[in-house]
Every structure is written in C-alpha cells, then in structure tokens.
Design a binder for this molecule. Sequence first.
Ligand code: FPP
Length: 277
Amino acid sequence: MYSSGTLRIHELTAEERTVYATLKPECLPEHVAIIMDGNGRWAGHRSLKRFLGHQQGAKSVQQVTETASRIGLPWLTLYAFSLENNLRRPRAEVNFLMRLLKSYLESNLQRMMDNNVRIKYIGRTHELPPEVQDKMAWAADATARNTGTTLTLALNYGGRSELVDAFRGLAEEMKHKHISVDRITEEDIHRHLYTAHMPDPDLLIRTSGEMRLSNYLLWQVAYAEIFVTDRLWPDFRGIHLLEAIADFQRRERRYGGLGEASGEVDEEAERFKIAAG
Ligand code: FPP
C-alpha cells in the first residue's frame, strides 16, 4: 500500500467515477508510465499542422495528470521528448516542442499546485536549451513540497543512454571504492538509474496502436503489464487512464512464478510426463 495525499474522487467527472467504481482501490498500480504517441497523426487526420497535435497533446498531459492525482496514483511518468526526437526531428519541430514545454510548465504550475502534483524529470536534461532548463528547475522547485502524484517528464530521454549513464556512474563508484566486478548486483545498477528514487512501473500504456517500447524505461519495465490502445494521445483523457487500470486489475501478475490459478504442482504427474518424454 502507499500513501500519496488525499483521494479526491469527488473531483472526477461522472463518467470517470463510473469506471473508478469498478476498480479495486487497494490494487491500484503504484507507477504508471505512458508512451504518448500519435500527436502528428491526430493533426494529420484533421489536415492540421503537426504542432497543433502537440499542443492538443499537452492538454491531454494535464488532464491525465489531474485524474491520476485525484485517484492517488503515486507515480506517473510520461515520455515527453526522446533523444531520438531531438536528433531526428526537423529543428523547427524540436524548437516548437521546447517552447511548448516552457509554456506548458508556466501556464499549468498553479494547477499542479492545486492538485498537489510534484514535477520531476529524467533524461539527459543538461543537453536541453538553458532557458528550458531554467523553466524546468523553476517548476520542480515550486512543486517540490507537494505530496501527491509525482509527475515525471522524460525529456531528452533514451533507455539505452540511461543504462550507459548508469554503468558509467557505477564504474566510477567501483573504481573509487575498489569493488570487484563480480560483486555487481541488480540493486547496484538500479541505484544508478535516473529512476533510482521510484518503484518500477507496474503498468505501461502506449497510445496510437504501435507495439513498440521505443527505448523507454528498458530496465524498469521488466515486469510491467503493457496496455496498448489505438486511441491517439491528443484524444486520451483521464477516463482512458482509468480504463487501462481496470484492464490491468483483470490480469494476473506472476513475476516468472506460477500464479494463483495454477494450483499445486503434482510432482508425481510431472515425473511421469518427463519419463514418458
Ligand atoms: C508523439 O507524437 C509525441 C511526442 C513527440 C512526445 C509527446 C509530446 C507531447 C504530448 C507534447 C507536449 C508535452 C508536454 C509535456 C508539454 P508524434 O509526433 O510522434 O505522433 P505521430 O507518430 O502520429 O507522428
């Protein structure tokens, strides 16, 4: 169980409350990670420019964050800008996304405060433009004492580069403390990830139908349940987060074990099967 501020179920919309009523509040995921995809397609379907899709996507970010905070979700981590986006998208689009991020943080800060949301970031954020970093630091500082949902924006983020950074950090530590390589544990690697302070995601949501991880939280999603929806990110709302959680709660999580439904293993029968080939 977790505690993440006060539940504010009465602030959900009537439709959200209907879905929430089907959930088991004691079995909510602790950490939901989302690959927000489909902004460009959303705009394309309406013969609009791509940047309008991103603008609409920023509205979804706020709506989903507020629903997460109302149901007391402790951790929400959104893939807002990948290393690949930074390297491979036209400069004009990258510049637009940077301006959008700044204005998003500025114009939603009060709502973050009202919703008790704490803002954090993961990724190679030191490579972002200085004025963007300043605005990010401003929003993180202003919300640092909030105790509800932690909204983590993955910015200039890549899962493999996170592992490279983690291994570099760990190698430094080992050199410093004269630790031999055969003593490295999973816990050592975890301690050097950007996400060392949070639990691994239990639920990974991807919008717009693609069945890919796109270099997102590669280490951390080892046991996450994956929920893919065809809905494009600018159409994704709090109610869809709740529907994904309802789907998550219908699954049996086994972590490589047998799970509850499998019953006892009949060793005699198993031996017979092996002997019979
Ligand atoms: C994918 O759409 C989305 C991104 C590039 C990242 C998500 C960005 C936002 C939601 C914008 C605002 C975010 C914040 C935090 C202010 P795409 O362009 O790849 O869509 P497509 O695959 O349909 O082309």
